[in-house]
Write a protein that binds this ligand. Structure first.
Ligand SMILES: NC(=O)c1ccc[n+]([C@@H]2O[C@H](COP(=O)([O-])OP(=O)(O)OC[C@H]3O[C@@H](n4cnc5c(N)ncnc54)[C@H](O)[C@@H]3O)[C@@H](O)[C@H]2O)c1
Ligand SMILES: [Zn+2]
Ligand SMILES: [Zn+2]
Length: 374
């Protein structure tokens, strides 16, 4: 007799996204309505779609990595006007709170990432509806829609000459990985950096390490097909945990005479997070967590690992302040200091958005660019 007989079985019953016609209300106070031209899929969308995250709200419109144009602005909006080219961002910058005024933080009190809120801050209501019934927002952005309404503090105004089908990836993944290394891990020239997870976020973190002058950049991934692509991103050595029968932190310690100088975790897997911390050298090593964990995960390590002078950090959006910092990251692309094309491995029209999910679930490619206009 099977152990599940007579028990309720909880299982995944994945359902693809459906495209519906919705109504998008005009922007209210301190809000802007955007016409989305391009959006791409980040693992955070897939993760919440799989409902591994917090309270699932239904129905809602996913999507948070995008590029678009301001269609109209609500009361009190002075920094943006119709026609401006923008990147919406899942975490905001009010420019007034203690976090926004601090040079060290991007965790705005008003607009920091909130995965549970499906409504606008102004009135606690949604701007999307269908037949009079509300449709919830996701991460304050909901970019899998031809039009969306976003708080002005979550919108970066960028150079109108920047191609939106490329800089779109700076709206989340690439800025996150790049900033996690450059702004948080801060490797010094000649150092050794370990990157856990070689998706777009991890490879952007590797780019950051290369820009910072790291001499060894060790990529760790369970998917061997990641390794070929990773060479274009400055990864110098590869380790697949499946090829070893001891913990990967021990393998890395042997490879690096006691541990890496910096590590950046971009997987969302709790064991990888623990390994990323335990693989840094004692005395000076710094580990940065970027991946979004599962709801019930707990980080467990022996306190001696910390006493031995290792530092554990974490970051959202690579510590960039969306409005103040992202325009200059876009300029890095415009000045050819940063390449974005190599992150965009697939392109589909909006009508085929489910293919983007299939590519990511299959570990195929990096970013899939979804074009709203065919
Ligand atoms: N903190 C933030 O601001 C922020 C922003 C964007 C994305 N994220 C998170 O970053 C993570 C990466 O996002 P992505 O879009 O690059 O995802 P992705 O799916 O493209 O890449 C993740 C990679 O990690 C690998 N991986 C998974 N488990 C692993 C393990 N145990 N050891 C080694 N490798 C493992 C996968 O094979 C895959 O190649 C996700 O968790 C995402 O939710 C966080
Ligand atoms: Zn994202
Ligand atoms: Zn603020």
């Amino acid at each position: 007799m099977s152990s599940t007989q007579g028990q309720v079985i909880r299982c995944k019953a994945g359902k693809p996204l459906v495209i519906e016609e919705v109504e998008v209300a005009p922007p209210q106070k301190m809000e802007v309505r955007l016409k989305i031209l391009f959006t791409s899929l980040c693992h955070t969308d897939v993760y919440f779609w799989e409902a591994k995250g917090q309270t699932p709200l239904f129905p809602r419109i996913f999507g948070h990595e995008a590029g678009g144009i301001v269609e109209s602005v609500g009361e009190g909006v002075t920094d943006l006007k119709p026609g401006d080219h923008v990147l919406p961002v899942f975490t905001g910058e009010c420019k007034e709170c203690r976090h926004c005024k601090s040079a060290e933080s991007n965790m705005c009190d008003l607009l920091r990432i909130n995965t549970d809120r499906g409504v606008m801050i102004e009135d606690g209501k949604t701007r999307f509806s269908k037949n009079g019934k509300p449709i919830y927002h996701f991460l304050g952005t909901s970019t899998f829609s031809e039009y969306t309404v976003v708080h002005v503090g979550c919108v970066a105004k960028i150079n109108p000459a920047a191609p939106l089908d490329k800089v779109c990836v700076l709206s989340c993944g690439i800025s996150t990985g790049l900033g996690a290394t450059l702004n948080v891990a801060k490797p010094t020239k000649g150092s050794t950096v370990a990157i856990f997870g070689l998706g777009a976020v991890g490879l952007a973190a590797a780019e950051g390490a290369r820009i910072a002058g790291a001499s060894r950049i060790i990529g760790i991934d369970l998917n061997p097909s990641r390794f070929n692509e990773a060479k274009k991103f400055g990864i110098t050595e590869f380790v697949n945990p499946k090829d070893h029968d001891k913990p990967i932190q021990e393998v890395l310690a042997e490879m690096t005479d006691g541990g890496v100088d910096r590590s950046v975790e971009c997987t969302g897997n709790i064991n990888a997070m623990i390994s990323a911390f335990e693989c840094v050298h004692d005395g000076w090593g710094v580990a940065v967590l970027v991946g979004v964990p599962n709801k019930d995960d707990a980080f467990k390590t022996h306190p001696v690992n910390v006493l031995n002078e290792r530092t554990l950090k974490g970051t959202f959006f690579g510590n960039y302040k969306p409005r103040s910092d992202i325009p200059s990251v876009v300029e890095k692309y415009m000045n050819k200091e940063l390449e974005l094309e190599k992150f965009i491995t697939h392109q589909v029209p909006f009508s085929e958005i489910n293919k983007a999910f299939e590519y990511m679930l299959g570990g195929e490619g990096l970013r899939c660019m979804i074009s709203m206009e065919n």
